[in-house]
Design a protein around this ligand. Structure first.
Ligand code: PEP
Ligand code: MG
Length: 745
């Protein structure tokens, strides 16, 4: 036997496979060849049918059977099943006397002794098992095992294709959709709390327009109907725009402006009109002209242009909806629970202004900022990693319980009443949260500055209801993220000024633009990065787009006149980077002064501590900074090398890891030594488990979402500072995560 020769033959068969007429013949050819080369009496290929969790005999030479598909083994059953389950070769000198051997009557397997099975694996998929057998006590040697393994690995690719084709032919893949049993409850992860009950609407943004294009419309429409549809659409868009402005003034300008403009554009509307007058039916005329625009724009690779294509598609669907009765209700989101694969922040905004009830995002295509936005818009959102959801019919009734993360399909009345009662009870409790203190103190009288994080101006109303000590983190990227165009300096100024005016007497910390990583702007041409979290994000983006950065700084300084403001740079990783950013602020200050433009001349300038590299140089940075604020969300992900948005490693994202706690202490110590401000603005700041540690480490300023304020204030008022210091010392001494967990709970 010549293993090299064997492998070469399979290489040739690869080609045969490409134009093979019959897969069965191809598989047969393989088993014959392997048997011949390994000098085996039997060679069989079993392929794994995932849906049934069964191995099915697909080809054999040496076994007496014509009923291949009827020979099936359960996952893990027999020596063959064992090889697949344990992903290892299984060899027995006398297979038939092994207790796990599965006797199959009628195939005359009992006459063989040596039994060797190797799994066929591709990547992490289990494809099947390759089995060879010999008679007359002739054994397989180690070299045979290695050869068969090599063959299995070389065959894996072809066999995977074969498996797919077989199932396609048998219809078991095509059939998949109707055969899916849709579970009654799907479990997901809460992104934005709330509760919604209503019909489901599945949105596949890429397909909506194409699907409509393929439809036939009745011909009973004329040019007057078209003009009427334009009028209705215009009113609808103005109405939506007004609603967005009311809810989210930061996005005010312009989420629907592009569509409104297009609606007024003579080129677009005029061409459709001319087509109708030339005899084309109005729906077809809209579709043809839209398609023409899409084709022109789609040639561009520019993200901004692509964003415009979406606007054109949306507008055209809306126009059609207002023209023809057939699709009036299709693609509308009002009063529906939306199921979608991927959404941009601006989509959430649209859904919210169209009064969608809730959102379910399928799979992990969600950014942490999409969740933050959904929370600010108070739209319940859950992330569910199950493609099965796409086989649910539109209009199926569902209950979205975004407290637990459950989506109930066709919920039973008992479930509806149980969950809605719980929800009502919760609303009653939260409306009673009244008894807030003007200032936050520990039990023994230590004053703690409790500040608020703001993402969107709509968060202000809640922040105004509590006695916040200031805005410890204003995430300025939100107005950038939710729009479909870069906001100008003037537009930013208006948003920042509104924030300052709504929070009189409060110090406000502006965190400069923190985009990149998972926060991509839909309208900006981002070069695709292998590791976006380690790439062109945050301050790196600002420093390499200086004009944009300067516009933002100028807008902050101008808006900050008469107020107490702090400017904080995110993602700083070196002294140079911080100094470069600080120099930009100083240049802007000088310019504004020279141009006699009113501005705040004394902003405090600080660093958001998120990159572990700054910890060993923290004293150097402290010399130049007015304050540090620890962004624990990112700091933890970078210290522990755990992507904060990746569900698969969520268990490893442990804030009480000794490396995280000791880092926090080093940062706090340095700030205290240099007499500069120190606070925490990441999620650890509102988590009861960690607040005692932070206070004990000397951090007496926390910035949290307003919704956590009552519980955190109440919790702090029950803590004694000396106790927290003891706890912190203990936690810092511990070696293991588990020890710290015990100390903290
Ligand atoms: C952080 O990283 O802790 C933080 C507050 O910033 P963001 O969550 O916006 O990244
Ligand atoms: Mg961060």
């Amino acid at each position: 036997m010549d293993p090299i020769q064997l492998i070469c033959d399979i290489g040739e068969i690869n080609e045969v496979f490409t134009d093979a007429r019959s897969i069965e013949a191809f598989l047969q050819k393989i088993v014959n060849m392997v048997a011949r080369h390994l000098d085996a009496a039997v060679c069989s290929i079993y392929l794994y049918e995932e849906a049934k969790k069964e191995l099915v005999l697909k080809a054999t030479c040496g076994l007496e059977t014509d009923y291949r598909d009827s020979i099936r083994l359960k996952y893990g059953e027999g020596l063959t099943g064992l090889a697949l389950k344990e992903l290892r070769p299984v060899y027995e000198r006398v297979g038939k006397s092994h207790p796990k051997f599965k006797f199959i009557p009628g195939i005359a397997e009992e006459k063989f002794d040596a039994f060797l099975a190797v799994p066929i694996i591709r990547g992490i998929s289990r494809i099947g098992v390759l089995v060879v057998q010999r008679e007359n006590r002739r054994e397989f040697k180690e070299k045979d095992i290695q050869t068969l393994r090599a063959v299995a690995s070389q065959l894996a690719n072809m066999l995977e294709n074969a498996r797919l084709l077989i199932y396609l032919k048998s219809g078991s893949i095509i059939d998949k959709k109707p055969r899916f049993r849709i579970p009654k409850v799907l479990k997901g992860k809460v992104a934005s709390q709330g509760f919604a009950i209503g019909p489901i609407r599945i949105i596949d943004k890429d397909k909506n327009f194409e699907t409509i294009e393929k439809r036939n419309f009745s011909k009973n429409y004329d040019i007057n109907d078209f003009h009427k549809a334009i009028e209705i659409t215009e009113h609808q868009l103005e109405d939506l725009q007004a609603r967005v402005e009311e809810k989210l003034s930061d996005a005010a300008s312009l989420i629907f402006t592009a569509q409104l403009l297009l609606l007024k554009d003579n080129e677009f509307v005029g061409t459709i009109g001319r087509k109708i007058e030339a005899g084309v039916s109005p729906p077809r005329a809209i579709l043809t002209v839209t398609r023409h625009y899409i084709d022109i724009f789609s040639h561009g690779t520019n993200s901004y242009i692509k964003e415009k294509v979406k606007d054109i598609e949306d507008l055209s669907i809306r126009l059609l909806g207002n023209l023809v009765t057939e699709i009036t209700d299709l693609y509308k989101c009002k009063d529906h629970i939306i199921v979608a694969k991927e959404l941009f922040p601006s989509d959430i905004l649209r859904l919210s202004s169209e009064q969608a009830l809730g959102v379910v995002i399928v799979t992990g295509g969600v950014t942490s900022h999409l969740s933050i936005l959904a929370r600010s818009l108070q739209i319940p959102m859950v992330i569910i990693d199950s493609q099965k959801l796409f086989s649910v019919q539109d209009e199926t009734r569902a209950l979205l319980d975004a407290e637990t993360g459950n989506l109930y399909i066709n919920p039973l009345p008992e479930i509806i009443s149980k969950i809605s009662n719980r929800n009502l009870a919760k609303i009653r409790i939260s409306s009673k949260k009244g008894q807030l203190q003007k200032h936050t103190y520990t039990k023994d009288g230590q004053r703690i500055r409790l500040c608020t994080n703001i993402n969107l101006l709509s968060d202000i109303s809640l922040a105004r209801k509590i006695y916040t000590d200031g805005i410890g983190l204003y995430r300025t990227e939100f107005p950038f993220l939710i729009r479909n165009d870069f906001p100008s300096e003037e537009e930013q100024y208006v948003v920042y000024r509104r924030l300052i005016e709504k929070m009189p007497g409060k110090e406000i910390t502006f965190r400069t633009l923190d985009i990149g990583g998972d926060k991509v702007l839909s309208y900006f041409d981002w070069t695709k990065e292998q590791n976006p979290f380690l790439g062109m994000r945050s301050i790196r983006f600002s420093l390499s787009n200086k004009e944009l950065f300067r516009q933002q700084i100028r807008a902050i300084l101008r808006a900050g006149i008469g107020a107490s403001i702090r400017i904080m740079f995110p993602f700083i990783s070196s002294v140079e980077e911080f100094l470069e950013a600080k120099t930009t602020v100083n240049q802007c200050l000088k310019e504004l002064h020279q141009m006699k433009i009113a501005h705040n001349a004394n902003p405090k300038i600080g660093i958001m501590i998120e990159v572990p590299a700054v910890i060993p140089i923290i004293d150097n940075l402290a010399k130049y900074a007015d304050f540090f604020s620890i962004g624990t969300n990112d700091l933890i992900q970078y210290i522990l090398a755990v992507d904060r948005t990746n569900e698969k490693v969520a268990d490893l994202y442990v804030p009480h890891h000794p490396a995280v706690l000791r880092s926090i202490k080093l940062i706090a110590d340095s700030a205290i030594r240099h007499n500069i401000g120190i606070s925490v603005c990441g999620d650890m700041a509102h988590q009861k488990l960690y607040i005692p540690f932070l206070l004990g480490a000397g951090i007496h300023e926390l910035s949290i979402d307003a919704s956590f304020f009552p519980t955190v204030q109440n919790f702090i008022s029950k803590l004694d500072l000396p106790d927290t210091q003891i706890l912190t010392r203990e936690a810092l001494k511990a070696e293991k995560i588990s020890e710290i967990a015990k100390i903290m709970t």
